[in-house]
Design a protein around this ligand. Structure first.
Ligand code: 13P
Length: 260
């Protein structure tokens, strides 16, 4: 069987990045209860990971019985404890029931996070038993293909401290900055090209184990483009912003993913 066919059939992962939403815990709980229900109905076909604001993490996790949903921190610090005002360690995220952590999201990079920060966070996550979701993606494209150099650098530095043989534990989320919050997602054909590139760069640095790394696409994902991205984009899942903070929109999106 072709790799593409196997990838298309395997269980998909959908990460819901709520960002700084919703404004109250009461609304967060309501949104979560609805998303948990939608996820539970499709649990055999889709792994749903919710990345709520850190303040809501533990209380939302206490509402889960069984494995309908998993949780991600939206950010973590690389140090395990100490004088880092406003930060959260990987161990604290784990203790609050996160199993994943976003690292280097474009919105954090825009606020000053560097590739070196991402490198330390990826290693800290792996050391603490959290699955890092390393977010990469260029701000703009040009005809010369400079975005490939940009993404290579993000991958090389971001994974430089991944221990030998551990690269398969990483998730890479490709989110071109120009598609985040935009009206339309990237074309699946372009994602396919980028997925091949990501695997190649990681395999050069970490060996063949990197060829099976989990890759997500993010940027203006919704129910109208999700299935095509999963079928033609050579990705294992999706990282969703806006379409994850309205329960009904998210349910329809999950159904589109499960039916693809
Ligand atoms: P949108 O889905 O709102 O474009 O956001 C994408 C994103 O940044 C998810 O992390």
């Amino acid at each position: 069987m072709q790799h593409d066919t196997i990838a298309a059939m395997a269980k998909k992962i959908v990460v819901a990045n709520w960002k700084m939403n919703p404004p109250s815990f009461r609304e967060a709980k309501k949104l979560f209860e609805a998303e948990k229900k939608a996820a539970a109905a499709l649990a055999r076909r889709v792994t749903v990971v919710i990345a709520p604001p850190a303040l809501y993490l533990r209380a939302l996790a206490s509402l889960v019985r069984g494995a309908s949903t998993a949780f991600a921190a939206q950010n973590v610090h690389w140090e395990s404890a100490g004088a880092f005002t406003g930060e959260m360690s990987c161990l604290q995220a784990r203790d609050a029931k996160a199993a994943y952590a976003l690292v280097g999201h474009a919105e954090r990079r825009a606020a000053g996070e560097t590739n070196d920060d991402a490198r330390k966070k990826v290693a800290a996550c792996l050391g603490a038993g959290l699955t890092p979701v390393l977010c990469i993606g260029e701000a703009a494209r040009n005809a010369e293909g400079a975005h490939f150099d940009y993404v290579r650098e993000q991958l090389r530095i971001g994974t430089a401290d991944v221990p030998q043989g551990k690269v398969g534990k990483l998730i890479v989320a490709y989110e071109p900055v120009w598609a985040i919050g935009a009206a339309a997602a990237m074309k699946p054909r372009d994602m396919h090209e980028m997925a091949i590139f990501i695997r190649k760069v990681l395999a050069e640095a970490h060996g063949e184990g990197a060829l099976s790394v989990t890759i997500l696409y993010g940027g203006a994902v919704d129910s109208t483009n999700a299935a095509a991205m999963l079928e033609e984009g050579d990705v294992d899942g999706l990282l969703v912003g806006r379409a994850s903070i309205e329960a009904e929109r998210f349910r329809i999106l999950l159904n589109a993913v499960a039916e693809r």
